[in-house]
Design a protein around this ligand. Structure first.
Ligand SMILES: C[S@@+](CC[C@H](N)C(=O)[O-])C[C@H]1O[C@@H](n2cnc3c(N)ncnc32)[C@H](O)[C@@H]1O
Length: 235
């Protein structure tokens, strides 16, 4: 599904992570989430929103793949995990396994995330918004914390610098306190050439941008999350 006929999701994997993986990836703990309004964009078939809602947050996820019935999304998720597992088995040596241990464990995380996501998507469809960067259907500052992983920078071969700048500013616009962007490497495992221009764009807009080391390890390359504050200047 896409918004306003704006086809954006081609070529990206509808693949998701668990709440636990997100906490490592974004350097977040449960106490950072309680009583906050949180946006996960893109949410993919991840369990962060479902679990965050259980610990007392007002959590919403955005993805242009949301919208179809559960049974259709279940097939999409399952085939995305199959594809990723096939690729990981063929290229095991290219990854850092200190977090997951092995491919089977990584697969278990992905299937657990999808199962939790699908159950919540069926029960609480309002939490899952069919929309796409760089235009989000939310008011300025609608969320205290906005999290974005594995879209910006990862797919820098198909989304250009204009998209990256616009998407980062849009994510900052809908945040009132903080934006975190995780996954600074592109698919070739190098730090994306767009990281510095995006940091500069956010700073020019009045934000404070810090690059913070995280414990999470998987793709080789940068091991930091961007932590963006003073976001209220972006409207
Ligand atoms: C690799 S997944 C990442 C999902 C999740 N953030 C994670 O780290 O596990 C990339 C997601 O980006 C979504 N996507 C593609 N284009 C998008 C856009 N323009 N705006 C928002 N999400 C998009 C895809 O549908 C897919 O679910």
């Amino acid at each position: 599904m896409t918004q306003d006929g704006f086809v954006v999701s081609d070529g990206t994997a509808f693949y998701g992570r668990t709440f636990e993986e997100y906490c490592e990836l974004f350097d977040l703990a449960v106490h950072d989430l309680v009583d906050r309004r949180i946006l996960d964009c893109p949410g993919g078939p991840g369990s962060f929103t479902a679990v965050a809602a259980r610990v007392g947050t007002d959590a919403v996820a955005v993805d242009p793949e949301y919208g179809p019935p559960v049974a259709t999304l279940e097939e999409t998720c399952s085939s995305a995990v199959d594809d990723v597992v096939d690729q990981l088995q063929a290229k095991t040596d290219l990854f850092d396994w200190s977090f997951y241990g092995d491919v089977a464990t990584r697969e278990r995380y992905a299937r657990a995330a999808a199962t939790r996501f699908l159950a919540d998507y069926a029960r609480q469809p309002d939490r899952y918004v069919d929309a796409a960067l760089p235009a989000l259907p939310f008011d300025d500052g609608a969320f205290d914390l906005v999290c974005s992983a594995n879209l910006l920078f990862l797919y820098d071969d198909r989304f250009g610098i204009g998209f990256h700048r616009d998407a980062a500013l849009e994510l900052a616009r809908v945040a009132s306190e903080e934006l975190r962007i995780a996954g600074l490497q592109s698919l070739d495992a190098e730090r994306s050439e767009y990281v510095d221009p995006v940091m500069a764009t956010l700073r020019e807009a009045g934000c404070t941008v810090e690059s913070r080391e995280v414990e999470y390890r998987f793709q080789p390359g940068p091991t930091e999350v961007l932590v963006v504050t003073d976001v209220d200047s972006v409207v």
